[in-house]
Design a protein around this ligand. Structure first.
Ligand code: HOZ
Length: 430
């Protein structure tokens, strides 16, 4: 596979950006090999600067559920752009997307748009602290909620990928306010509420972890968190940046019949443009300025292009939910189980965790129900697998600790090519 142009672009990027990238996991440091530079994408396929074609299994890390350059989304962005890219003033488009979101998320009575998932989680925590007058928060090991200071404690995604225990530059005083507990362990949560009685403002979690690889909640775990927070007067913040509109139209809240005080959204909600949102119970959201004392703002919040792309995406999902979600489920099941069967034939220990169109192949024989177990994966084997798949034209997320995603544009052809490629890629060097 010729990668001459990508290599030249990488050399230039290394002179411009730390590590040659604008977001750490894109650097391929944990899997080895050189990252191709993307020139364009269509449907289920990415095309690099040298014209090589890849089946895309990371979908811009989640947003591209309808496939790349999906015509209704492209047209909506084009239409909006003709009216100018930004106003910094209210538009009808914000209400259009908000109504769609609220129709899918009954837990959201009021919401606010921001420009990223990081802003959404950071703002939701500020609201929770204001609502309770408490400082501490609970998060779970391996969950990633963006890169705000207090949320990088034992975080997943690039933090786990690069083996950074916390982040330099985060003051200890801030990190200490975050209690990082093992996921899927209600006793640990009860113990923390006893130890820090009256001090915990909120629990924030990924209802299905995507940022330590895909890790599912045990039966009753999410409901358990809901009861514990209610009992202790703390808020439950469900971070659906990754799972929102992906696991179901109403995300994990719908799938697991869960209620939340606050919900954070990103990725799919912007149809591939920079967009996030947080929302929830009115009594909490009305604490925000200009109604209340919690300050939060953004020049590009509710950006008209992002609103248009988001409304085209969520609107399409809503209209076609009855066919899209079963298709995503069937295609993901076929590829996830097909590759797992090849690993079994090759005698390679592999644990597959999947819910809908989100999954991870962990190179370990043990079940994976929390970050500690995910960390038993053989990351060198994952790196070998990743490189071999890329050479065969299959682009997986470049980390053992990220989830795979597919889109409505993936189908039996892509599944068959992926399984064939995996059969070869799983021939590991002795
Ligand atoms: N934090 C993102 C994955 N969980 C990575 C974003 C990116 O590198 O684009």
């Amino acid at each position: 596979m010729n990668r001459t142009h990508s290599q030249a672009l990488q050399s230039r990027a290394e002179k411009l950006f730390p590590g040659g990238v604008n977001s750490p996991v894109r650097g391929f440091r944990s899997v080895g090999g050189e990252p191709p530079f993307v020139a364009r994408a269509e449907g289920a396929y990415l095309f690099d600067a040298d014209g090589n074609r890849y089946i895309d299994y990371f979908g811009s890390w989640g947003p591209m559920i309808l496939g790349h350059a999906f015509p209704p989304v492209v047209e909506a962005i084009e239409r909006a752009a003709r009216n100018s890219a930004s106003f910094g003033a209210s538009t009808a488009a914000e209400g259009d997307l908000a109504e769609l979101v609220m129709a899918c998320y009954p837990a959201i009575e009021r919401m606010r748009f921001v420009s990223s998932g990081t802003e959404a989680t950071m703002s939701a925590i500020r609201v929770a602290r204001a609502a309770t007058g408490r400082k501490r928060i609970i998060k779970f090991e391996g969950c990633y909620h963006g890169h705000a200071d207090g949320l990088l404690v034992k975080a997943g995604s690039g933090v786990a990928t690069l083996g950074i225990p916390g982040s330099a530059g985060v003051p200890e005083e801030i990190a200490q306010l975050t209690l990082a507990l093992p996921y899927n362990d209600l006793d640990a949560v009860r113990a923390a509420f006893n130890e820090y009685s009256g001090q915990i403002a909120a629990i924030i979690l990924e209802p299905v972890i995507g940022n330590a690889g895909c890790i599912l909640p045990a039966d009753g775990y999410l409901q358990g968190l809901r009861s514990i927070t209610a009992e202790h007067g703390a808020l439950l913040i469900v971070d659906e940046v990754m799972t929102g509109f992906r696991l179901a139209l109403g995300g994990a809240l719908e799938l697991y019949q869960l209620d939340a005080d606050l919900v954070t959204l990103g990725k799919i909600i912007g149809g591939g443009l920079p967009c996030g949102a947080f929302g929830g119970k009115r009594k909490f959201m009305d604490l925000l300025a200009p109604l209340g004392p919690v300050y939060q703002a953004g020049t590009l919040s509710g950006n008209p292009l992002a609103m248009a792309a988001g409304a085209a995406t969520v609107g399409y999902l809503r209209e076609h939910a009855a066919t899209i979600y079963p298709h995503l489920e069937a295609t993901s099941k076929a590829v996830a189980e097909g590759v797992a069967a090849e690993a079994q034939k090759a005698g390679i220990p592999l644990t597959t965790n999947r819910v809908g169109s989100m999954w991870t192949w962990f190179f370990t024989s043990s079940p994976v129900s929390n970050y500690e177990e995910a960390a038993t994966s053989n990351t060198a084997t994952f790196g070998h697998f990743h490189q071999a798949m890329l050479k065969a034209g299959i682009w997986l997320p470049p980390s053992q600790f990220e989830a795979m995603f597919l889109s409505q544009a993936h189908g039996p052809t892509e599944v068959a090519s992926t399984i064939t490629a995996a059969k070869e890629a799983l021939k590991l060097p002795k």
